[in-house]
Ligand binder design. Structure first.
Ligand SMILES: Nc1ncnc2c1ncn2[C@@H]1O[C@H](COP(=O)(O)OP(=O)(O)OP(=O)(O)O)[C@@H](O)[C@H]1O
Ligand SMILES: [Mg+2]
Length: 236
């Protein structure tokens, strides 16, 4: 089988103390949506940080489009086409929406006006509020700013850590629709989600992590249908 577009393979490591990840493997195919779910503290954010290069791995590799990028810094990974929206502190609250998007384009030396137009097409409310400090926006709108900021580098893979945290079910559905739209444009999506059921419903591939290790891996559909996954991780 061909290699996935992005893969963190058999990742083992932590923050300097005991290992948090134990031979954890996470991957996403081109233009597909992969979702990581699991209990609090399972290491979902840590796995994302490892794939993005914010964690030194003791073992394992990260490859993007067949290239080994394990040794690259996060900034170098951005230059290679990775975009990352962390779980917290993912926007600059005192800066305007538009300034946040401009910051997102930090590595670009070319004209990014077209990309900004695309972000505003995807999230029209952001265009309306472009001169407002991002910190004044609603939770769902701030998440749109965070996603939009990451899109400004025109990534080939977008990594989202709990993009729907703290938003209402309606706003969550809306955000998921936009994320599907991004995936359809050919951008791979690797995301962590607390709203496991809804996220697996839109996932091509799903990963259930427990204590830093892969517990279940399958298509989103198959995980949703698995009685054990349902009982243990989806509330029945
Ligand atoms: N910066 C850090 N330094 C040391 N340990 C950390 C750090 N960040 C997380 N941990 C530890 O790593 C483990 C996994 O945390 P992580 O944040 O990856 O879990 P998570 O699955 O994302 O949880 P949540 O659902 O609450 O976001 C936890 O035991 C946590 O205490
Ligand atoms: Mg987390």
């Amino acid at each position: 089988m061909a290699e996935p577009f992005l893969i963190g393979e058999a990742m083992t490591g932590g923050y300097g103390g005991a290992d948090i990840l134990h031979s954890c493997t996470i991957a996403v195919e081109k233009g597909e949506i992969a979702v990581i779910v699991g209990p609090n503290g399972a290491g979902k954010s840590t796995a994302m940080k490892a794939v993005f290069g914010m964690l030194r791995l003791r073992e394992g590799r990260v490859r993007l489009a067949g290239e080994d990028i394990t040794a690259l810094s996060p900034q170098d990974r951005v230059a290679k086409g990775m975009g990352f929206v962390p779980q917290t502190h993912n926007i600059f609250g005192s800066m305007t929406v538009e300034e946040n998007l401009e910051m997102g384009a930090f590595i670009r030396r070319d004209d990014f006006a077209d990309t900004m137009t695309q972000v505003y097409d995807l999230f029209p409310i952001l265009k309306q509020k472009r001169h407002q400090p991002a910190g004044e926006l609603s939770g769902g709108q701030r998440q749109q700013v965070a996603v939009g900021r990451a899109l400004m580098t025109q990534p080939s893979v977008l990594m989202l850590d709990e993009p729907t945290a703290g938003v209402s079910p309606i706003v969550m559905d809306e955000l998921f629709d936009r994320i599907i739209e991004v995936a359809r444009s050919g951008i791979s999506i690797l995301m962590v989600e607390q709203n496991a059921r809804q996220a697996l419903d839109i996932a091509d591939k799903g990963y259930v992590l427990v204590q830093g290790a892969n517990r279940f891996t399958d298509t989103g559909r198959a995980l949703l249908a698995d009685p054990e996954v349902r009982r243990s991780f989806l509330g029945g």
